[in-house]
Design a protein around this ligand. Structure first.
Ligand code: IMP
Ligand code: MG
Length: 184
């Protein structure tokens, strides 16, 4: 275990098993729909990669990078697009692949934006759901795990761009983030 990690919340094997189940579900639901999976960078990159390997249907993928405004401006719920999609989503069955839904502001904003582009359907698949922290209602169609209100890293999720390469989801030690410097 990484020395900055207090406890392992979800093991590599548990992630693997759950993603297998999600792959089966998504393959059934999107059979003959040629869905477009949109990976929200950077946190969801491993989740997308492992998830698509567990699907058995034709699909396409695209990537979107966004920055959520931390601190004061967070309450506006507006996101800044750092990298937009290369694909037109009009008439497509779109499935957003996200690492974690926390307050819900990011997903609310992203879905509002994507809806203006007229997809045939728009759903959300998140690896982690931090339910207690929700500030705005978000319809989550697929989730990997519901987790308690703890700051987690690993399997794509970072703290200051570190820890994305850990193969498990772990709770970060409090002493790693100085008081006030983290938006949780
Ligand atoms: P929301 O807009 O509050 O739902 O925040 C979603 C984003 O915040 C995620 O895409 C993550 O980038 C980040 N985030 C929220 N909670 C955590 C966490 O526990 N660890 C790492 N990143 C997190
Ligand atoms: Mg993110």
């Amino acid at each position: 275990m990484d020395e900055d990690v207090k406890e392992i919340l979800i093991t590599e094997d548990e992630i693997k098993a759950r993603i297998k189940e999600l792959g089966i579900l998504i393959s059934e639901d999107y059979k003959e729909k040629f869905p477009l999976l949109i990976c929200i960078l950077r946190g969801a990159f491993l989740f997308l990669a492992d998830l698509v390997k567990e699907t058995k249907i034709p699909l396409s993928i695209d990537f979107m990078a966004i920055s959520t405004y931390a601190g004061k401006t967070e309450s506006s719920g507006e996101v800044k697009i750092l990298k937009d999609l290369d694909t037109s989503i009009e008439g497509r069955h779109v499935l957003i692949i996200e690492d974690i839904v926390d307050t819900g502001l990011t997903m609310d904003s992203v879905t509002r934006l994507l809806k203006t582009r007229k997809p045939k359907s728009l759903k959300i698949c998140t690896l982690l759901d931090k339910v207690e922290r929700r500030r705005i209602k978000v319809n989550i169609d697929y989730f990997g795990f519901k987790i308690p209100n703890k700051f987690v890293v690993g399997y794509g999720l970072d703290y200051e761009e570190k820890y994305r390469n850990l193969p498990y989801i772990g709770v970060l030690k409090e002493e790693i983030y100085k008081e006030g410097s983290i938006n949780i």
